[in-house]
Design a protein around this ligand. Structure first.
Ligand code: HEC
Length: 123
């Protein structure tokens, strides 16, 4: 008796789950960064003040090492946009309480190149 009562409900529930599977999933494309793009980004980083607070590899300085940043974020357009904005506006909270200073002199394009270089460092 309880089984007979329950199974249509279970079936209906499973049908709902099945129909909803795949919805709300925005396709995420993982991008590949070309060497040329990465080298352009590296130049922007070296011409700015980044390395007073960041090392490329090894330990944290004032900010996280760029390899640590790279390992934390997948190379998606969304992350590139988020990190470019963060470099331009500055801020804290993702690695600790010390804030990154803003870099309002950087254009969106140059900040994005810097991010692409950083994300190309994944280990
Ligand atoms: C005054 C020190 C300082 C300078 C200069 C600096 N950063 Fe940062 N950066 C930090 C700190 C501190 C954090 C961690 C912020 C946090 O916890 O969210 C950080 C975080 C980051 C992150 C990761 C952001 C996140 O939310 O995960 C990126 C990418 C980054 N910096 C790139 C750069 C680039 C590129 C430059 C040069 C244009 C630069 N930083 C210059 C201190 C600095």
């Amino acid at each position: 008796m309880p089984v007979k009562l329950k199974s249509p409900i279970v079936f209906f529930f499973l049908l709902l789950v099945a129909c909803n599977a795949g919805k709300n999933i925005v396709p995420v494309t993982v991008l590949t960064i070309s060497d040329t793009t990465a080298q352009e980004g590296k130049k922007i980083i070296l011409a700015s003040d980044c390395i007073t607070c960041h090392k490329i590899g090894d330990d944290k300085l004032i900010g996280p090492s760029f390899i640590d940043v790279s390992n934390k974020y997948a190379t998606t357009q969304r992350n590139i946009d988020f990190l470019s904005d963060k470099i331009i506006s500055g801020g804290s909270g993702n690695w600790g309480k010390i804030p990154m200073t803003p870099h309002r002199n950087l254009t969106n394009g140059n900040a994005a190149l810097a991010v692409k270089y950083i994300l190309s460092l994944k280990k």
